[in-house]
Design a protein around this ligand. Structure first.
Ligand SMILES: Nc1nc2c(ncn2[C@@H]2O[C@H](COP(=O)(O)O[C@H]3[C@@H](O)[C@H](n4cnc5c(=O)[nH]c(N)nc54)O[C@@H]3COP(=O)(O)O)[C@@H](O)[C@H]2O)c(=O)[nH]1
Length: 689
């Protein structure tokens, strides 16, 4: 305290009352309050008598007393000094304050004047401001969009997300770079124009730009700026949103909506769209267009036997081959499964034939599937605009029908649609659709026809035969629907269902007192082609706890000849477990009999076309006898089917034919009726030998 310094100001009590702020006058030595104004009394909540005479440090919060003492000691007589404290009211409550002090002359003696400013409100405001600033920064820092403040074409503020988008640090951007540095060259003019508008105070609208990252790479983003101020000067603030993921998702959605995920080829929707455009142009310019329906032959077999992964790979490669065979302006689409479409604008009949030949040619080379080679042929149906259909659905149907025809004609070929094909193929398409439903809707059932031992007249087995009770058309003959089931591959689930039903039935009959009864089941070529047919059969036998000898599988000669190697392997597997294999319709198929010696066969079935005529026709008799001799020399059993009368039976018995089957004994009947036949210990009179 510089007590010796001259004091250049004197104040009176009256003057104190002029101050709008609390004012205290105190003795710098004793620290006693000499005078206060009314404002101070109000503020500190004291009576004049208690405040005047007390020490100034009584008005200071305990923590600040020492600081206050030091401050007072250093005060100058002539200059204003200020300090900030917590001051204490009469009721003990404290408040933040700033005091301005200087020396004065008071009633002829040196004194100190203290003017007090309450900082409670300003501090509260400042704290609120700091908090808000902190929140703002935290929000901007955590924002999942880029935020910037722009002034004079330079960034003044950027949040971390914006830095991340463009690959810069905030230091590299703020005050150094502007929006023009962050977009590709072609868009700078546009950005400049937008910035000028914002600078004129025009509100913005969101727009898309192509961002230029620090590393030179590009990405799409959306920006939305609005006029604002920064540190009191005009500026614009804006948000930036990276559109990369949204664009990628859009692309993915478009891809899924219009492209087949397996092959990447256009799907049906895109094909339909393109076909619409092609046909409109073709109609307007009177030009031709071709639509081809391509189905891979026996794809289902490949898929089932080699597995779906291989099947998928094959489909991808096949799609690629098709794509490579056509012009850029042509569309190759995948409808699903193994069905592909080629849509060729400006292509008439001649061009279509050339294209079909080319496709057949490229498919002739084997496909490389990992470590194995596989050849698969296509069947191609061709429909031409406008003759075979004036719109896409009509053309597709015509091409589909033509493709069916190509398949029927032996596969690996093409066929142009002709109006005559329509009716029968449409019918079979319809049948296929209904047959698909038949299995699920319980419209299929089995009937059983007895196989009779000719010598004893005893029923030794039953042949399971499939029946389809159509809800509208009544019973549909297997002669009609089995070929459709085979063609469409439906025979696989249907055939498995037949096997399961038939084995379940024979198990119940065996358990009910006919322990040696054999069940004969017809197998189609397609079922037999499956590598796992033996697995299916053995699994079902195990499931029902049956020995292999309870089952007889009837295979046609053509099944055996079509893929002899595979047939041999599967047959050996089945024969090992005691399953009996019989050749159905024997004599109607291939003349080569060499396979008979190679296969583990148990039985031959003389086709009913020979049996029918044996009493009257010498050549039928001779065929039947030859079959019997052949069977005997190969130690095979023989059963004659279609035995309808006594004359036929007499001859068969005379030739020592083992078994017979036919209307003479019984038509194929439902299980209940068959049980009645089994129960009759002796057969009806006409059945007795
Ligand atoms: N793959 C499968 N094929 C099957 C299945 N169920 C039947 N079929 C095949 O359908 C064809 C026609 O069968 P269906 O109409 O049942 O005719 C059979 C008999 O009813 C008939 N038959 C029997 N006895 C006589 C007779 O005395 N006269 C006469 N005119 N017809 C008679 O013969 C058919 C039995 O043939 P087959 O199988 O050759 O023993 C037929 O090719 C069936 O194979 C099936 O589940 N799967």
């Amino acid at each position: 305290m510089k007590l010796g310094a001259p004091v250049d100001a004197s104040l009176s009590a009256a003057q104190l009352s002029l101050f709008p702020l609390p004012v205290l006058v105190y003795d710098p030595v004793t620290l006693r309050v000499l005078e206060v104004n009314d404002v101070a009394l109000r503020w500190f909540g004291h009576q004049r008598e208690t405040m005047v005479g007390s020490q100034v440090i009584d008005m200071v919060a305990n923590d600040y007393v020492d600081r206050m003492m030091g401050y007072i000691a250093g005060l100058s007589d002539t200059d204003w000094s200020s300090g900030e404290w917590q001051l204490r009211r009469a009721d003990g409550s404290c408040f933040e304050a700033r005091s301005f002090s200087r020396g004065i002359e008071w009633e002829g003696r040196r004194a100190r004047l203290a003017v007090v400013e309450d900082l409670t409100e300003p501090r509260r405001h400042m704290r609120a401001l700091e908090e808000s600033e902190q929140q703002y920064r935290a929000t901007m820092g955590a924002a999942l969009v880029g935020v910037y403040v722009l002034q004079d074409f330079r960034f003044r503020y950027v949040n971390p997300e914006l830095c991340r988008y463009f690959g810069y640090s905030a230091d590299e951007l703020v005050d150094k770079l502007g929006p023009l540095d962050l977009v590709v060259a072609e868009e700078r003019e546009y950005v400049r124009e937008q910035l000028a508008r914002r600078a004129r105070g025009e509100p913005g609208h969101p727009f898309e730009l192509t961002g230029l990252r620090r590393d030179g790479s590009h990405f799409p983003f959306m920006v939305f700026g609005a006029p604002s101020t920064w540190r009191g000067q005009p500026a614009s603030v804006g948000t930036v949103f990276d559109l990369s993921e949204i664009k990628a998702a859009e692309d993915r959605i478009r891809q899924l909506a219009y492209f087949d995920p397996l092959t990447g080829l256009p799907n049906r929707s895109l094909l339909e769209d393109r076909a619409g455009q092609v046909l409109v142009r073709a109609g307007r310019d009177r030009r031709a267009a071709t639509l081809m329906f391509i189905d891979l032959d026996r794809f289902k077999t490949v898929n089932d036997s080699l597995g779906h992964l291989m099947g998928d790979q094959l489909l991808r490669l096949a799609g690629q081959r098709l794509r490579d065979s056509v012009r850029l302006s042509d569309t190759v689409a995948r409808l699903g499964g193994d069905e592909f479409i080629v849509l060729a604008p400006d292509t008439g009949a001649e061009g279509a034939v050339r294209l079909a030949e080319k496709i057949l040619e490229v498919f002739a080379a084997p496909f490389d599937l990992d470590d194995r080679e596989l050849t698969i042929s296509p069947s191609i149906g061709i429909a031409r605009y406008p003759d075979d259909g004036k719109d896409f659905p009509a053309l597709l149907q015509s091409a589909d029908i033509a493709m069916y025809q190509a398949k029927r004609e032996g596969r690996n070929g093409f066929r142009m649609f002709s109006i005559e094909m329509n009716a029968p193929i449409l019918e079979s398409l319809l049948l296929e659709t209904q047959l698909r439903r038949a299995l699920d809707h319980g419209q299929l059932s089995l009937v059983y026809q007895p196989m009779v031992d000719i010598a004893s007249g005893r029923i030794v087995g039953a042949e399971a035969l499939l029946r389809w009770q159509h809800p509208q058309h009544g019973e549909i003959s297997p002669v009609r629907f089995i070929p459709v089931a085979e063609e469409s591959g439906l025979i696989l689930p249907i055939g498995e269902w037949v096997l399961e039903q038939a084995l379940g039935q024979v198990q119940r009959w065996r358990a009910a007192g006919h322990p040696d009864l054999v069940m004969a089941v017809n197998l189609s070529a397609l079922q037999f082609e499956r590598l796992n047919i033996s697995n299916t059969v053995l699994r079902l036998l195990d499931h029902y706890g049956l020995p292999g000898s309870a089952l007889e599988l009837e295979l046609t000669e053509s099944v055996l000849m079509e893929d002899a190697e595979r047939a041999v392997a599967a047959m050996l597997n089945l024969a090992d477990r005691g399953v009996r294999l019989s050749v159905d319709d024997f004599g109607t198929g291939y003349s080569s009999l060499a396979y008979l010696t190679r296969l583990p066969l148990a039985k031959l079935k003389i086709d009913r076309s020979f049996v029918r005529n044996i009493p009257s026709d010498a050549s039928a008799r001779s065929v039947a006898r030859t079959i019997l001799d052949l069977a005997r020399s190969l130690a095979l059993e023989v059963i004659a089917e279609g035995v309808e009368n006594e004359a036929q039976l007499l001859l068969l018995r005379e030739w020592c034919c083992d078994q017979a089957q036919g209307y003479l004994y019984s038509r194929p009947v439902p299980a209940r009726a068959f049980e009645a036949l089994l129960r009759a210990a002796t057969l009806p009179p006409q059945m007795q030998a």
